[in-house]
Design a protein around this ligand. Structure first.
Ligand code: BMA
Length: 831
């Protein structure tokens, strides 16, 4: 008996193009010059790029230059010494993208057809102590998918080639309305050798909370030798708080309990203590195998209950008995070449979502079941995860082979992810019910069986979830409305994708308040990425807003062709006067997105209201991040730079936040309190004219109960001119500012805001900002600059300070409405 050894086989791989008709050993015989070094995990595109064999697909319109890569076969080869063999020897392929055959020492090990299904192969009889050769040969995914499509027929979809519906491969790889077509192939997840005499196959724990006592029911699938299995539960400091030893049988189990359990909370409501469950198989006086998983102790419910005075039912979440507004975003893969997304990058991106006061991320169905590092970061930072199964915008087949492959995929995903405290909900698909309705295959009066994929969303996936993860809610799709013949756009039940702004009738963003839903799981507004990133992807001659390459980096559109630039033009024309330069265009689109997100989150969140009247349970913006340099709905561009909209979202989702709207007879104010305790604030409203005169001032004390949104109105004198109204929520005790919002006469294009004297001074690690006339949307930029606040509205005579998270630069660029970018040199020591 010997302890298990799990070894990454990641060094020394070579890659070559695999000529048609050659397979297995014949490929190993390709001449030396055919091979180049390749990273594993990796893709053919990644290896060719690293070797300088292809141009950067993200630059210019190179996407088309590298299309040939996806049309070829590629073979990975690794020679390795096995050395001493264990009682059992297995090769583990955590992810093969997608159509792959694997060979060891000339023998075929497996055929893979699903990028999401890990494979484990017994190689004890085939592994040699000396030199071994492993080959992985990948077929072009689109060609293979088209062969299957030719058999099963073309099906309707939005985004990408229709054959994608037959491929169990990340759907965005086929191109999306924010992403390039880059149909990768390769061992995209780890390749490992596992030698063992005992193995812990699955470790699972279900926790039950009664008051503060948690009971953990643990099951472990054991294989091989071993006498005893020891289960230990370590508290967040690593102290063992419970343990049990059982005989090492096939299905070992234990029950551990913790008194005074420390509960895991979504951010904004509490801490995220994580316990660690350790399982060890002992035999012959040594540890033969060990597995660990981290667990947060909490209860979670999806609540659908009546909404006072309204039809339908709510759609909101409750953790540890506390309900809360789910404010967050949709997550897409952070790069087209998945091997480039490091654990550090996952942590950084999740931290950016957390810093924007988000408490939920939806892993969208056209991407991937994400990397462990993503879920660990969400566990640690208190971000709940709405997890789609990987289906998006298509009428997927439900033939036997497809369904069997999906079952293996779903079981693998549920088993891998179910222990994460962050995981809130499993969701069947993205927008497939919407598409089915638009194709007349679902909806009022349409027999259910017309929509084949229901077999997956309403039978297979809920079965898998009920069997392997029964304590977590499952939702058939996003959006989805329960009930025969129900429409997924129903605003009174379930979740909804509210695209009346941007898509559909292109409502002005100022009308988000009219867009109702019980849970807004998608909405959004486009903007350009940062100027630095955009220019880095454009040849010099193409650096103007209307250029072919700028348009190439906006993938929004439909079968009728690209239309992102046209929709952007409408929203710019509605709101602003825009200068001719790319810099002015970047600012203008980012301005509109920032304002749209302010209005959207405020108008959705204020409908959280109070217990019994949870009219809107959450808002998840489309989209948090980008996978390449693109004009899209993202709040963070692919360089990791946050856009102005990230700051307006952060302000609107603050635990305490306020909103002000100017109306004909006064101002409508909202106080939004996300804490589990009531707060009392002093509201101060001041109204300024554009020449700086203070036109009106009013105040009141407002109580905001726990986890609620309260609204009130304040009368104002009739305002005959453009104004800005600043609303502050102050601490009644020390007058400290707790939250702020500003409302302006709109649209901005009707009046001029230029000419303000803007002063930017340095005070220690902060910038002190002031002006003599109102300033709208002050955006301070400099590469690497990270400010606590930005995209700020200034009112005359009131200084604002923003803290920098990094050393202040010696100069920065300041842009605001009617104030084209101007460089400010920053004097040291208060100016
Ligand atoms: C929804 C999403 C995505 C898409 C986005 C923007 O459809 O589910 O598929 O990228 O809108 O159009």
């Amino acid at each position: 008996m010997s302890p298990e050894r799990l070894t990454d086989l990641h060094d020394g791989w070579l890659l070559a193009e695999a000529p048609e008709g050659l397979d297995g050993p014949a490929l190993a015989a390709l001449p030396a010059e055919a091979w180049l070094a390749a990273a594993v995990p990796g893709t053919a595109h990644g290896a060719l790029l690293a070797a300088g064999r292809i141009p950067d697909p993200f630059y210019g319109r190179n996407e088309t230059e590298v299309r040939w890569v996806a049309e070829r076969r590629w073979v990975w080869r690794l020679a390795f010494e096995a050395g001493e063999l264990s009682a059992r020897e297995e090769l583990v392929f955590e992810g093969l993208d997608t159509y792959c055959s694997a060979w060891l020492n000339g023998e075929r090990l497996l055929e893979s057809e699903n990028m999401f299904v890990p494979r484990r192969v017994d190689v004890r009889e085939r592994l040699k102590p000396g030199r071994n050769e492993l080959l992985l040969c990948f077929e072009p995914a689109l060609a293979r998918a088209r062969e299957v499509e030719a058999i099963h027929g073309k099906r309707q979809l939005w985004n990408g080639d229709s054959a994608r519906l037959h491929a169990r491969k990340a759907q965005y790889h086929f191109g999306w309305d924010w992403g390039p077509e880059l149909i990768t192939c390769g061992p995209w997840r780890a390749v490992r050798r596992h030698g063992w005499s005992a193995r812990i196959d699955e470790l699972h724990c279900r926790s039950e909370l009664r008051g503060r006592t948690a009971t953990l029911s643990i099951s472990a699938g054991l294989e091989g030798a071993g006498e005893r299995c020891v289960f230990e539960l370590l508290d967040p400091e690593g102290v063992c708080v419970a343990t049990q030893t059982v005989p090492a049988a096939r299905g070992a189990g234990a029950e551990l309990s913790v008194a005074n359990a420390r509960l895991w909370w979504p951010r904004g409501l509490g801490e995220q203590p994580l316990y660690t469950l350790v399982a060890r198989v002992l035999g012959g006086g040594q540890v033969l195998a060990e597995r660990r998983l981290r667990a947060g102790l909490r209860t979670l419910r999806l609540v659908q209950q009546p909404v006072d005075g309204e039809a339908g039912s709510s759609f909101h979440f409750e953790v540890n008995g506390q309900d809360f507004f789910a404010g967050g975003a949709n997550w897409i893969p952070d790069d087209n070449l998945l091997e480039r997304i490091t654990p550090a990058r996952y942590r950084e991106r999740v931290a950016q979502a957390a810093a924007a006061h988000m408490n939920m991320l939806r892993v969208w169905g056209g991407g991937i079941y994400e990397h462990e590092a993503f879920y660990e970061a969400c566990d640690e930072q208190g971000l709940l995860v709405w997890q789609d199964f990987m289906f998006a915008c298509g009428l997927y087949p439900a033939n036997e082979a497809f369904v069997a492959s999906v079952r293996a995929e779903a079981e693998a995903a549920v088993k891998r992810l179910r222990h994460h405290a962050c995981l809130a909900l499993w969701c069947g698909n993205n927008e497939d019910y919407m598409l089915a309705e638009s194709a007349g295959l679902a909806g009022p009066g349409v027999p259910a069986e017309r929509f084949e994929a229901r077999a997956i969303y309403e039978r297979l996936l809920p079965e898998v979830c009920a069997a392997l993860d029964p304590d977590r809610p499952y939702w058939p799709g996003s959006p989805f409305t329960p009930g025969d013949g129900a429409k997924s756009s129903d605003a009174t039940v379930g979740d909804r994708h509210s695209w009346e702004v941007w898509h559909q009738q292109m409502l002005p963003y100022q009308r988000y308040g009219d867009v109702q839903a019980r849970f807004v799981s998608e909405f959004g507004m486009q903007s350009h990425p940062s100027l630095a990133l955009l220019e880095s992807a454009l040849p010099e001659a193409e650096r103007f807003p209307e250029s072919r390459t700028v348009q190439w980096h906006n993938k929004a559109g439909s079968a009728a062709g690209p239309d992102g630039h046209r929709r952007l033009a409408v929203y710019l024309a509605d709101n602003l006067r825009v200068g001719p330069t790319l810099a002015e265009h970047v600012y203008a689109t980012q301005f509109v997105q920032a304002e749209a997100m302010r209005v959207a989150y405020q108008d959705f969140r204020r409908r959280w209201q109070r217990p019994g009247a949870r009219a809107v349970g959450g808002a998840l913006v489309w989209q948090l991040n980008d996978c390449w340099p693109v004009t899209s709905w993202a709040l963070i561009d692919s360089s990791g730079a946050v856009k102005p909209a990230w700051h307006t979202v952060r302000r609107a989702l603050g635990v305490l936040a306020v909103a002000v709207r100017l109306e004909a007879d006064g101002a409508r104010l909202a106080v939004m309190n996300g804490a589990a305790a009531a707060v009392e604030v002093t509201l101060q409203l001041r109204v300024f004219a554009m020449d700086g005169r203070l036109l009106a001032e009013a105040g009141l004390t407002q109580e905001a109960p726990a986890s609620s949104c309260v609204e009130t109105t304040l009368g104002l004198p009739r305002l005959e001119e453009p104004v800005v109204a600043e609303l502050l929520a102050l601490d009644p005790g020390d007058g400290r500012e707790l939250a702020r919002d500003c409302a302006w006469t709109e649209p901005f294009k009707f009046y001029r805001l230029g000419g303000a004297h803007l002063d930017i001074a340095v005070e220690g690690q902060s910038l002190r900002l002031s002006c003599d006339l109102p300033v709208k949307g002050l955006w301070l930029e400099r590469e690497g600059l990270v400010l606590d606040d930005n995209f700020i509205d200034l009112v005359p005579g009131v200084e604002r300070r923003v803290r920098s998270r990094v050393a202040l630069p010696d100069s920065l660029l300041a842009t605001a409405v009617d104030h084209p970018g101007r460089t400010f040199n920053l004097p040291k020591g208060g100016g």
